[in-house]
Design a protein around this ligand. Structure first.
Ligand SMILES: [Zn+2]
Length: 234
């Protein structure tokens, strides 16, 4: 990152500290009723609408690996885009409200569709307790909270947990990532998830290996049906 970009980033962060009513995306003043992101930036976000499309390309990532109902993602993830900017603020800059707000907009999108209609329970992908301590919050839980607020579907964030702290996944091939995530999640009580349709929630879907590890852990102990939803997909 160049000094100029760093300086701009620092200035942006500083400005939003003193003037909290600015759009986190474009720094313009927010109007009454706008929450964190202005309507102009919201309208520009690239929606996937995969929830309306059965057998979409995200669902195909899971075929032949695990038994899955549906998969969708709210937005397309591109490098150097507003989506990447928002998600990095959510994940690394302590701005957990971004997760809640985007979760609410995502919920407004999928509410009433047959993607969301039969879901009983929202389950955010868990962080390892060390990572949770470090970051102070689980960004997936923030997204789940936004989704739950609009859809009224309850959240369970205690039953599924992460047993091993995952080493960083950057610069790893798909196969290595896959091996890296095998067996890192566990389910405490299978009965709690039995006969339920669970919506697993995360910030970004890339290879799907993290989700697959979650699904395997759930399926090992319960007969739950599982769908997947993320804020963005690459
Ligand atoms: Zn804006």
């Amino acid at each position: 990152m160049s000094f100029k970009t760093k300086a701009k980033e620092f200035l942006d962060d500083f400005i939003s500290l003193i003037f909290p009513n600015l759009c986190v995306c474009c720094n313009n003043n927010l109007l009454k009723g706008e929450d964190l992101i202005c309507i102009g930036c919201l309208l520009k976000l690239p929606k996937t609408n995969y929830h309306l499309e059965r057998d979409n390309i995200l669902e195909k990532k899971f075929w032949g690996k695990v038994d899955i109902q549906r998969v969708s993602s709210f937005l397309h993830y591109n490098k150097h885009s507003d989506v990447q900017f928002l998600l990095s603020k959510l994940k690394y800059k302590g701005q957990k409200e971004i997760g809640v707000v985007l979760g609410k907009y995502a919920a407004a999108d999928i509410a009433g569709s047959d993607f969301a209609n039969s879901v009983d329970l929202i389950v955010p992908v868990p962080l390892h307790r060390n990572r949770l301590k470090q970051r102070g919050y689980n960004q997936s839980l923030c997204i789940a909270q936004g989704l739950s607020e609009v859809t009224n579907i309850p959240i369970d964030h205690n039953n599924l947990y992460r047993t091993i702290e995952n080493p960083t996944q950057t610069n790893k091939s798909t196969y290595e990532r896959w091996k890296n995530t095998e067996g890192i999640f566990e389910l405490k009580n299978g009965n709690l998830f039995d006969n339920k349709h669970i919506l697993l929630v995360d910030d970004v879907l890339t290879t799907g290996s993290t989700m697959i590890a979650c699904i395997e852990a759930i399926k090992n102990k319960s007969n739950a049906k599982i769908s997947v939803f993320t804020l963005a997909s690459a």
